[in-house]
Design a protein. Structure first.
Length: 150
């Protein structure tokens, strides 16, 4: 039975992250600050990841109207989704599920499930600290799990 190659791309303020799974196995992950600067950079980075990893499926976030995501973040997600459609791969938009009380608990659980990425699990930030940049990796991973886990 063929194992699907899944590329999930998540966007957060100031960074774009991806995870790449083959079947249920995490094979690669990364993030880019440069790609989040504008829609052209986001599109170029998404094209590069798709060309390099050759996924069967590209997952992006379906952002509800009630979301607190900024206009810029929404535009970046839209640009990446368009690249996936144009790349002739299956593009899937998922609504990010909320199974945990916060993103830090979610990241910790995903770090246990995927020990290869556990070193990147973000520590809970203090109110005055910026959000850890690696949270975007776990946003991408939870979206991939929605598809992979069924």
């Amino acid at each position: 039975m063929k194992q699907f190659k899944v590329l999930a791309i998540a966007v957060a303020t100031g960074r774009i992250g991806y995870v790449y799974l083959v079947g249920q196995r995490l094979m690669d992950w990364g993030l880019s600050r440069k790609a989040s600067s504008n829609t052209q950079s986001a599109s170029a980075q998404a094209k590069a990841w798709i060309a390099e990893l050759e996924p069967d499926v590209v997952i992006t976030q379906n952002v509800p109207k009630s979301s607190t995501k900024s206009v810029k973040t929404r535009a970046l997600i839209e640009a990446i989704t368009k690249v996936a459609r144009d790349a002739h791969v299956l593009d899937v938009q998922v609504t990010k599920p909320h199974f945990f009380k916060n993103k830090y608990a979610e990241a910790a659980a995903l770090g246990e499930r995927f020990p290869e990425i556990a070193i990147w699990v973000p520590k809970i930030r203090r109110l005055w600290e910026p959000e850890p940049r690696t949270t975007v990796l776990f946003e991408a991973l939870v979206m991939a799990c929605v598809l992979v886990d069924g």
